[in-house]
Design a protein around this ligand. Structure first.
Ligand code: SIN
Ligand code: CO
Length: 379
């Protein structure tokens, strides 16, 4: 259990998406949820996204994982970064839970890094919010203001930016946390062998949104409406202002109809950018197997990173899970809420929920798809 010492209403009002904040002692008695060795082991796996950044004189070299051994990197000047550790290492989930005062749809992943002295990824800007929690060791962080930054060395392809004037310059120690909103340049430098935990939150871009809308319209053969006009321009070569506005309003019409946009948003926001650790069993469970398991005290849990979302004022009762829609027309709203808010269900909770046939079938389906799994103990 990780207890965050933070005035959440004040944080949301003054800092969230606005300005960076250092929270010294955010997690008193912080214990690293994963060891450096275990992290190094995860970075050997093909399906897990990892990279090593080596600090050179005035440069940073990025090597993509998976890795076989780390001997050649030595004792200093490098950092290992592993994405979506919460998908592959269930013991890291409690740390993620500490930041669930923010909605799941925004949550991206837990990235864990192991850094040797002088290791770091270099000065850069992210387009997402990040909370950097310091575990073992110490790292010095500088954060600049959110003014436009210049690509490092004038190289437009570089993810790095030129050095900036810090508005924050702090050494993070075990249990400290640094919050950085999108657009603020920052740079971490490692003082002693360190583990750090970056919990990232991102919202969809216009590109992602438009691509999801296009998929939805094509899949459902919708969006056939065309622009019609009452008047035309007097010159043949001109596209009138009224036509420009009218054509573009075909798009905004889509965004004004909840029966269209809710399904698009539910699917888009419940997807995950990183591979999930799907745990499909060899043989499918039956309803009876499920009932037996619950009556013998098994609980049920969703796999790490799985998003189970409901939409406020949704047109129909349903859940969006990993990009799929699950209609729950006969299920009470409080049960739908429990399913989307709770990562784990105890045996008693699962038994109570399975009184609703739709929910029983949904749980069975999700377990057989490897998106939920039975837990030994009561959760
Ligand atoms: C790091 O831990 O150095 C990278 C995290 C970040 O800058 O977002
Ligand atoms: Co960053």
């Amino acid at each position: 259990m990780y207890t965050l010492k933070l005035d959440i209403p004040q944080f949301l009002q003054e800092y969230w998406q606005k300005k960076p904040l250092v929270i010294k002692g955010a997690f008193p008695q912080f214990a690293d949820p994963i060891s450096a060795d275990e992290l190094a082991g995860l970075a050997c796996e093909e399906e897990i996204s990892s990279r090593i950044v080596v600090t050179k004189d005035h440069d940073w070299e990025v090597i993509q994982g998976p890795f076989e051994d780390y001997d050649r990197y030595g004792e200093s000047h490098w950092q290992l970064l592993v994405q979506a550790v919460n998908h592959w290492y269930p013991d890291s989930q409690p740390l993620v839970e500490a930041l669930r005062f923010l909605p799941d749809w925004r949550f991206d992943d837990l990235m864990v890094s192991f850094a040797t002295p002088q290791g770091g990824v270099g000065p850069h800007v992210d387009n997402y919010d990040v909370f950097i929690i310091q575990g073992e060791g110490e790292r010095r962080w500088t954060v600049g203001d959110n003014t436009p930054q210049h690509p490092r060395g004038g190289n437009a392809n570089s993810p790095l930016v030129e050095d900036f004037t810090p508005i924050i310059d702090v050494v993070l120690e075990k249990g400290d946390m640094l919050y950085i909103p999108p657009g603020f340049p920052h740079c971490g430098e490692t003082l002693t062998m360190a583990m750090s935990y970056s919990i990232g939150f991102r919202a969809p871009s216009q590109q992602e949104l438009v691509s999801e809308i296009a998929d939805y319209l094509l899949d459902n053969n919708l969006g056939q409406q065309r622009f019609t006009s009452k008047t035309e321009a007097s010159h043949p070569g001109i596209v009138s202002q009224a036509s420009q506005v009218g054509i573009m309003s075909l798009l905004s019409q889509l965004s004004q109809d909840p029966t269209q946009y809710q399904i698009i948003l539910g699917k888009l926001l419940s997807q995950n950018r990183f591979e999930l650790d799907i745990c499909e069993g060899e043989e499918a469970y039956s309803i009876e197997d499920l009932q037996d398991a619950f009556s013998q005290g098994a609980g049920v849990s969703r796999i790490g990173g799985l998003k189970v979302l409901r939409l406020e004022h949704d047109a129909t009762p349903r859940l969006f899970i990993n990009g799929a829609v699950h209609e729950l027309a006969h299920t009470p709203t409080d049960i739908i809420a429990q399913l989307s808010d709770n990562v784990c269900l105890s045996a008693d909770e699962a038994i109570a929920m399975c009184q609703h046939e739709e929910v029983q079938h949904l749980l069975l389906q999700l377990i057989n798809q490897g998106l939920y799994y039975l837990t030994d103990d009561e959760a």
